[in-house]
Design a protein around this ligand. Sequence first.
Ligand SMILES: Cc1ncc(COP(=O)(O)O)c(C=O)c1O
Length: 391
Amino acid sequence: VSAHDPYFTRMQSALQRHGDGTPTVVLDLGRVRRNADRLRSLWPKRHAVRLAVKSLPCMPLLESLAAQLETTRFMVFHPAHLAPVFDRFPAADVLFGKPVPLRAVSLALDALSPSQQRSVRWLADDVSRVEALADLARTRGVTLSVALEIDVGLHRGGLAEPGALRALRQHFQGQGPLRFAGLMGYDGHLGRIPWPLQRIPRSHANSMQRYRAVKDALAAEGFALDETVVFNGGGSLSFMEYRESDPTDDLTVGSCLVKPAHFEDARLAELEPAAWIASPVLKRVDRFVAPDGEWLAPLASAVKGLRGPGVYLFGGRFGGAPVSPADLVANLALGDSANQALYQLDRGAPLAVDDWAFFRPDESEATLDRFAYAHAVDEDDSVARWPTLRC
Ligand SMILES: Cc1ncc(COP(=O)(O)O)c(C=O)c1O
């Protein structure tokens, strides 16, 4: 008998055949592909897809999605991700999703070929960073492509008003060392405000108004606007709000394609969770006996998180909630170990040693890459071992 429903029984059997007996991420490729299809049907016209590398930190996963979504645009958040992206996508268009210290830019440039250097759009959020990038470009005798971060309402930084452009323009003009690469205005707040206060259409309209004001000022301030300039925005909880008439033309998404728990949202109802954390059972115990605490026994049988048989897992602190077996719950005393976390089987599911327990990650970012490999289970039950992008 399986402790799991047919879906997780299938995933467990894939890991029993192909896993290496250590915790891993399981990717459901059928669902990933269907999610990408549904994303396309929700996608606003006239906007390119850009994949957020940190949210899908696994090159074969990015390759498969890039092929299906017909894009070679990536948003990168760590210089260590540049080399793997360029290795697989020599023609990648890479936009940084945050400004990084000058030292990191300089070291990254050392490792890039001249053509790769031209394919990276560095991000600057204020005058001093633009000046620092201009100095670096002059010192190295190169031209750097730099996009400007603008604040469209998240208030995480970036230019807040069109007037801020004036102090920057000299660096982008004529024979200046910087090439203007576009704007990046992330609306990560949209969909994250507690629901009683949430006004999504109004919030989006406000963001677009701020965006348009800066965009309109670019030409007036003398920025060169050739066809390589991008106007980036969006994220997994906002891409569907964009309209053809918005000032943007390039939207970043990542997380929603595997839909971790923090991306449960009515507007993404058609997308399904497609990434699980899986850990093998090391030991099974009939009941929880508190260390030095036999006296707790009568209480233990009454309290969820103490009652039922228990299983010690390989690892713990998985960054997600248990999903299968359905009655799996962290032991209140010993459930927080990163080494051998104890979980109770509240209703006594028949989970045995060498069976697997499954968790739904809260986030895909900084979760998939905690494991060296993801196991990608396809619809024909074939399993591929995909390295994750660790830095
Ligand atoms: C600048 C920027 N754009 C887009 C995203 C969207 O990523 P995701 O779709 O995974 O939420 C993020 C995520 O943090 C971001 O920082």
